[in-house]
Write a protein that binds this ligand. Structure first.
Ligand code: SF4
Ligand code: SF4
Length: 275
């Protein structure tokens, strides 16, 4: 591991950093998986902090900070504010950073009870009662969704910013991508539950291309009609609770998905049932 010196004034290349918060590291790996493109990028910018790649200098001011993971501990809440102050642009990468991720499922549960059930000495675990997206703590300039994020999206956003262009993420639905690829619809042809109609593309319709339903890891598409999709899911046999669980999965903190889950559950709630 080598340490970048912030006093290297002779190097005028823009500086970027990749910071990790509560996450599985999958989005950092997606960044690393860019392969030769990452080598090209590293000639255009200085990567000053990216612990998984071996560079450690979290205190250096940067032009672009990429953030993986959600805020789950008091230390993380403090650290993200310090990073925001040192970063010209702050971009979240992945479902954890943009909408809480899997760990935010605890927001609807008793986190103390979960901690006590998992750890023999829960008093030593310092965690917040909730796990929240980065935008709930600091201003975010751009959100890149996905679990994990697509390395091409990350590189494209970086190139845009380096060229002075505002990145414009594609918000088409996975359904549109399926049509482009000529996929047979898994929901129509095989009654497979699929959230593709309300999920933004970016993955190239990966799951339907392999005959599986989409579970919405790229977050909500533009103008998602969650009510129509919930009705369709009921028609193929899902209960209200099953529909709510599908909306409250990886991107459970995305407001439109949280609202869709609540709406799906409303008839059940009136009858005294929960998720
Ligand atoms: S978004 Fe998915 S791949 Fe990325 S860090 Fe979170 S859990 Fe891992
Ligand atoms: S099809 Fe859906 S679940 Fe699969 S990778 Fe794409 S967005 Fe994620």
């Amino acid at each position: 591991m080598w340490k970048v010196k912030s006093s290297k004034k002779s190097d005028s290349r823009p500086r970027i950093a990749v910071h990790k918060f509560s996450s599985c590291d999958g989005c950092q790996l997606a960044f690393l998986n860019a392969g030769e493109d990452l080598l090209t990028l590293s000639q255009l910018v200085q990567i000053v902090h990216f612990a998984e790649a071996g560079m450690v200098a979290p205190e250096v001011d940067v032009d672009i900070a990429f953030i993986e993971g959600s805020i789950s501990t008091p230390d993380e809440a403090k650290r993200i504010r310090a990073i925001r102050e040192k970063s010209k642009y702050l971009i979240t990468i992945g479902a954890c950073a943009t909408a809480g991720g899997i760990q935010a499922l605890r927001n609807g549960a008793d986190s103390d009870a979960w901690r006590a059930a998992i750890y023999p000495s829960p008093q030593f675990i310092e965690s917040l009662a909730t796990s929240t997206a980065i935008a709930q703590h600091v201003r975010v300039d751009l959100e890149l969704w996905g679990c994990p994020v697509n390395s091409l999206q990350v590189l494209s956003a970086t190139r845009d910013l380096l060229s002075g262009v505002v990145p414009a993420p594609v918000r088409d639905s996975v359904c549109i991508e399926c049509k482009r690829q000529g996929n047979v619809c898994v929901m129509v042809a095989r009654q497979e539950p699929c959230l593709g109609p309300v999920t933004q593309t970016g993955c190239g319709a990966l799951c339907p291309s392999h005959g599986r339903g989409c579970y919405a890891c790229y977050g909500p598409s533009e103008n998602p009609n969650t009510t129509a999709l919930a009705n369709q899911l009921r028609m193929i046999g899902l209960s209200d609770q099953e529909i709510a669980r599908r909306f409250l999965f990886i991107n459970n903190q995305a407001p439109v998905f949280a609202a869709a889950a609540e709406q799906a559950l409303t008839p059940s709630l009136l009858q005294g049932e929960g998720v």
